[in-house]
Design a binder for this molecule. Structure first.
Ligand SMILES: [Zn+2]
Length: 261
Protein backbone atom coordinates (compact mmCIF):
# COMPACT_ATOMS: atom_id res chain seq x y z
CA UNK A 1 0.00 0.00 0.00
CA UNK A 2 2.83 2.39 0.80
CA UNK A 3 4.36 1.69 -2.60
CA UNK A 4 1.02 2.46 -4.18
CA UNK A 5 0.83 5.68 -2.21
CA UNK A 6 4.31 6.74 -3.28
CA UNK A 7 3.52 5.90 -6.87
CA UNK A 8 0.26 7.82 -6.70
CA UNK A 9 1.84 10.88 -5.12
CA UNK A 10 4.74 10.88 -7.58
CA UNK A 11 2.27 10.64 -10.43
CA UNK A 12 0.28 13.54 -9.02
CA UNK A 13 3.43 15.66 -8.56
CA UNK A 14 4.53 14.83 -12.11
CA UNK A 15 1.13 15.90 -13.41
CA UNK A 16 1.30 19.17 -11.54
CA UNK A 17 4.89 19.88 -12.68
CA UNK A 18 3.76 19.44 -16.26
CA UNK A 19 0.87 21.79 -15.65
CA UNK A 20 -1.64 19.01 -16.14
CA UNK A 21 -4.73 18.49 -14.12
CA UNK A 22 -4.41 15.62 -11.70
CA UNK A 23 -6.48 12.81 -13.09
CA UNK A 24 -9.56 11.43 -11.43
CA UNK A 25 -7.80 8.09 -11.24
CA UNK A 26 -4.97 9.67 -9.31
CA UNK A 27 -7.31 11.50 -6.99
CA UNK A 28 -9.44 8.44 -6.42
CA UNK A 29 -6.31 6.52 -5.52
CA UNK A 30 -5.50 9.13 -2.92
CA UNK A 31 -9.06 8.93 -1.69
CA UNK A 32 -8.87 5.15 -1.54
CA UNK A 33 -5.71 5.45 0.48
CA UNK A 34 -7.61 7.36 3.11
CA UNK A 35 -9.77 4.29 3.52
CA UNK A 36 -6.84 1.93 3.50
CA UNK A 37 -5.25 0.03 6.31
CA UNK A 38 -3.49 3.11 7.72
CA UNK A 39 -4.16 3.01 11.45
CA UNK A 40 -6.17 6.05 12.56
CA UNK A 41 -4.32 8.15 15.11
CA UNK A 42 -4.25 11.73 16.30
CA UNK A 43 -1.57 13.94 17.83
CA UNK A 44 -2.50 16.81 20.08
CA UNK A 45 -0.52 19.83 18.88
CA UNK A 46 -1.78 22.74 20.94
CA UNK A 47 -4.83 24.28 22.53
CA UNK A 48 -6.16 27.72 23.36
CA UNK A 49 -8.92 29.40 25.34
CA UNK A 50 -11.97 30.47 23.35
CA UNK A 51 -14.45 32.67 25.22
CA UNK A 52 -18.00 32.31 23.85
CA UNK A 53 -21.45 33.47 24.81
CA UNK A 54 -21.79 30.05 26.47
CA UNK A 55 -18.59 30.47 28.50
CA UNK A 56 -14.93 29.63 28.07
CA UNK A 57 -13.92 26.58 26.04
CA UNK A 58 -10.51 25.16 25.24
CA UNK A 59 -10.05 24.50 21.53
CA UNK A 60 -7.69 21.55 21.12
CA UNK A 61 -5.96 21.15 17.76
CA UNK A 62 -5.02 17.72 16.43
CA UNK A 63 -3.10 16.40 13.47
CA UNK A 64 -3.82 12.85 12.35
CA UNK A 65 -2.64 9.88 10.31
CA UNK A 66 -5.50 9.83 7.79
CA UNK A 67 -5.73 13.27 6.23
CA UNK A 68 -4.31 16.79 6.47
CA UNK A 69 -7.43 18.36 7.94
CA UNK A 70 -7.72 20.19 11.24
CA UNK A 71 -9.95 18.04 13.41
CA UNK A 72 -10.70 19.70 16.72
CA UNK A 73 -12.09 19.28 20.20
CA UNK A 74 -13.97 22.10 21.87
CA UNK A 75 -13.76 21.31 25.57
CA UNK A 76 -15.21 22.72 28.75
CA UNK A 77 -14.21 21.59 32.25
CA UNK A 78 -12.04 18.67 33.25
CA UNK A 79 -13.04 15.57 31.30
CA UNK A 80 -9.93 13.47 31.77
CA UNK A 81 -10.65 10.02 33.25
CA UNK A 82 -14.34 10.96 33.57
CA UNK A 83 -17.39 8.78 32.94
CA UNK A 84 -20.61 9.82 31.24
CA UNK A 85 -19.18 12.96 29.66
CA UNK A 86 -21.67 14.94 27.57
CA UNK A 87 -20.32 15.12 24.02
CA UNK A 88 -21.31 15.98 20.49
CA UNK A 89 -19.47 14.70 17.44
CA UNK A 90 -20.22 17.48 14.98
CA UNK A 91 -19.30 17.32 11.31
CA UNK A 92 -18.27 20.61 9.80
CA UNK A 93 -20.96 22.55 7.98
CA UNK A 94 -19.55 25.84 6.71
CA UNK A 95 -22.90 26.97 5.38
CA UNK A 96 -24.79 26.20 8.57
CA UNK A 97 -22.16 26.65 11.28
CA UNK A 98 -20.54 29.82 9.93
CA UNK A 99 -23.01 31.43 7.52
CA UNK A 100 -26.17 30.55 9.40
CA UNK A 101 -27.81 28.74 6.49
CA UNK A 102 -31.38 27.66 7.18
CA UNK A 103 -31.14 24.73 4.75
CA UNK A 104 -29.98 22.43 7.54
CA UNK A 105 -29.96 22.19 11.32
CA UNK A 106 -26.18 22.08 11.81
CA UNK A 107 -25.61 25.59 13.10
CA UNK A 108 -28.49 25.33 15.52
CA UNK A 109 -27.28 21.93 16.75
CA UNK A 110 -23.76 23.26 17.27
CA UNK A 111 -24.97 26.22 19.31
CA UNK A 112 -27.38 24.07 21.33
CA UNK A 113 -24.72 21.50 22.08
CA UNK A 114 -22.37 24.24 23.30
CA UNK A 115 -25.14 25.58 25.53
CA UNK A 116 -25.87 22.10 26.91
CA UNK A 117 -22.20 21.49 27.66
CA UNK A 118 -22.03 24.89 29.36
CA UNK A 119 -25.11 24.11 31.45
CA UNK A 120 -23.29 21.08 32.85
CA UNK A 121 -20.00 22.93 33.10
CA UNK A 122 -18.24 20.01 31.43
CA UNK A 123 -18.25 18.33 28.04
CA UNK A 124 -16.72 18.14 24.59
CA UNK A 125 -17.72 18.97 21.05
CA UNK A 126 -15.55 17.01 18.66
CA UNK A 127 -15.48 19.02 15.43
CA UNK A 128 -14.71 16.84 12.41
CA UNK A 129 -13.80 18.42 9.09
CA UNK A 130 -16.11 16.37 6.91
CA UNK A 131 -18.30 18.95 5.20
CA UNK A 132 -21.54 17.93 3.56
CA UNK A 133 -21.77 14.53 5.25
CA UNK A 134 -18.27 13.89 3.98
CA UNK A 135 -18.61 14.85 0.31
CA UNK A 136 -17.05 18.32 0.61
CA UNK A 137 -18.39 21.81 0.08
CA UNK A 138 -18.29 21.84 -3.72
CA UNK A 139 -20.28 18.63 -4.04
CA UNK A 140 -22.65 19.83 -1.34
CA UNK A 141 -23.46 22.92 -3.36
CA UNK A 142 -24.07 20.72 -6.42
CA UNK A 143 -26.37 18.60 -4.26
CA UNK A 144 -28.19 21.73 -3.10
CA UNK A 145 -28.90 22.60 -6.73
CA UNK A 146 -30.39 19.14 -7.26
CA UNK A 147 -32.43 19.57 -4.10
CA UNK A 148 -33.78 22.84 -5.49
CA UNK A 149 -34.98 20.78 -8.47
CA UNK A 150 -36.95 18.53 -6.14
CA UNK A 151 -34.58 15.71 -5.29
CA UNK A 152 -34.05 14.96 -1.64
CA UNK A 153 -30.65 15.04 0.05
CA UNK A 154 -30.11 11.29 -0.25
CA UNK A 155 -30.97 11.07 -3.95
CA UNK A 156 -28.96 14.20 -4.73
CA UNK A 157 -25.81 12.70 -3.19
CA UNK A 158 -26.36 9.39 -4.98
CA UNK A 159 -26.97 11.12 -8.33
CA UNK A 160 -23.61 12.88 -7.95
CA UNK A 161 -21.87 9.55 -7.38
CA UNK A 162 -21.41 9.95 -3.64
CA UNK A 163 -22.64 7.97 -0.68
CA UNK A 164 -25.74 9.25 1.06
CA UNK A 165 -23.51 9.62 4.11
CA UNK A 166 -19.73 9.46 3.63
CA UNK A 167 -18.76 10.41 7.15
CA UNK A 168 -16.56 8.26 9.36
CA UNK A 169 -15.74 8.46 13.02
CA UNK A 170 -12.41 6.76 13.70
CA UNK A 171 -10.65 10.08 14.34
CA UNK A 172 -13.43 11.14 16.71
CA UNK A 173 -12.76 8.00 18.70
CA UNK A 174 -9.05 8.79 18.71
CA UNK A 175 -9.70 12.32 19.95
CA UNK A 176 -11.96 11.08 22.76
CA UNK A 177 -9.27 8.57 23.66
CA UNK A 178 -6.61 11.27 23.67
CA UNK A 179 -8.79 13.30 26.02
CA UNK A 180 -8.91 10.19 28.23
CA UNK A 181 -12.69 10.17 28.38
CA UNK A 182 -13.96 6.86 29.69
CA UNK A 183 -17.61 6.94 28.63
CA UNK A 184 -19.99 9.39 27.02
CA UNK A 185 -23.52 10.62 26.51
CA UNK A 186 -23.86 11.63 22.87
CA UNK A 187 -25.95 14.59 21.74
CA UNK A 188 -27.42 13.43 18.44
CA UNK A 189 -30.63 12.43 16.69
CA UNK A 190 -28.75 9.89 14.62
CA UNK A 191 -28.59 6.32 16.01
CA UNK A 192 -26.19 5.34 13.22
CA UNK A 193 -23.66 7.81 14.58
CA UNK A 194 -23.84 6.09 17.96
CA UNK A 195 -23.37 2.69 16.33
CA UNK A 196 -20.39 4.03 14.39
CA UNK A 197 -18.78 5.43 17.54
CA UNK A 198 -19.35 2.18 19.40
CA UNK A 199 -17.79 0.28 16.50
CA UNK A 200 -14.72 2.49 16.96
CA UNK A 201 -14.51 1.52 20.63
CA UNK A 202 -16.25 4.48 22.25
CA UNK A 203 -18.26 3.53 25.32
CA UNK A 204 -21.64 5.23 24.80
CA UNK A 205 -23.88 5.21 27.86
CA UNK A 206 -26.83 7.06 26.34
CA UNK A 207 -28.17 9.36 23.63
CA UNK A 208 -29.23 12.93 24.33
CA UNK A 209 -31.62 14.29 21.70
CA UNK A 210 -30.64 17.49 19.94
CA UNK A 211 -33.63 18.74 18.03
CA UNK A 212 -33.48 22.02 16.15
CA UNK A 213 -36.55 24.03 15.15
CA UNK A 214 -38.14 23.05 11.85
CA UNK A 215 -38.53 25.90 9.37
CA UNK A 216 -39.72 26.19 5.78
CA UNK A 217 -36.14 25.97 4.46
CA UNK A 218 -34.95 22.91 6.40
CA UNK A 219 -38.25 21.02 6.59
CA UNK A 220 -37.72 18.78 3.57
CA UNK A 221 -34.13 18.08 4.59
CA UNK A 222 -35.07 17.12 8.14
CA UNK A 223 -37.96 15.00 6.94
CA UNK A 224 -35.62 13.11 4.64
CA UNK A 225 -33.24 12.53 7.53
CA UNK A 226 -36.10 11.12 9.56
CA UNK A 227 -37.56 8.98 6.78
CA UNK A 228 -34.49 7.77 4.94
CA UNK A 229 -31.59 8.10 7.38
CA UNK A 230 -33.24 6.85 10.55
CA UNK A 231 -32.87 10.11 12.46
CA UNK A 232 -35.08 10.29 15.53
CA UNK A 233 -37.16 13.40 14.93
CA UNK A 234 -40.76 13.85 16.12
CA UNK A 235 -43.19 13.84 13.20
CA UNK A 236 -45.34 16.44 14.95
CA UNK A 237 -42.55 18.94 14.29
CA UNK A 238 -43.49 18.93 10.61
CA UNK A 239 -46.43 20.58 8.92
CA UNK A 240 -49.11 18.04 8.01
CA UNK A 241 -48.94 19.22 4.40
CA UNK A 242 -45.38 17.87 3.99
CA UNK A 243 -46.18 14.53 5.61
CA UNK A 244 -47.64 13.18 2.39
CA UNK A 245 -47.57 9.40 2.12
CA UNK A 246 -45.82 9.47 -1.25
CA UNK A 247 -42.33 11.05 -1.32
CA UNK A 248 -41.92 13.67 -4.05
CA UNK A 249 -39.24 11.67 -5.82
CA UNK A 250 -41.70 8.89 -6.62
CA UNK A 251 -44.25 11.39 -7.92
CA UNK A 252 -41.66 12.80 -10.25
CA UNK A 253 -40.69 9.31 -11.45
CA UNK A 254 -44.32 8.62 -12.34
CA UNK A 255 -44.53 11.86 -14.27
CA UNK A 256 -41.31 11.06 -16.08
CA UNK A 257 -42.73 7.69 -17.09
CA UNK A 258 -45.95 9.25 -18.29
CA UNK A 259 -44.14 11.86 -20.34
CA UNK A 260 -41.93 9.14 -21.85
CA UNK A 261 -45.06 7.36 -23.00
ZN1 LIG B 1 -25.45 21.71 7.63
Amino acid sequence: MLCNLLETLLEAVACLKKGRTVTCRTMSNISALKNSSVTPSVTRMTSGRIPTEHGDFQLVYFTNSLDNKEHLAFCMGDVSHCEDVLIRVHSECFTGDVMGSRRCDCGEQLQRSMAMVASEGRGVIVYLRQEGRGIGLMAKLDAYNLQDQGYDTVDANLMLGHKADAREYSLAACILDDLQIRSVRVMTNNPLKISALQAEGVKVNSRVSLEAPVNADNEAYLLTKARRMDHLLPMQSFRPSVLTPVPAVFVRDVHDTQSAN
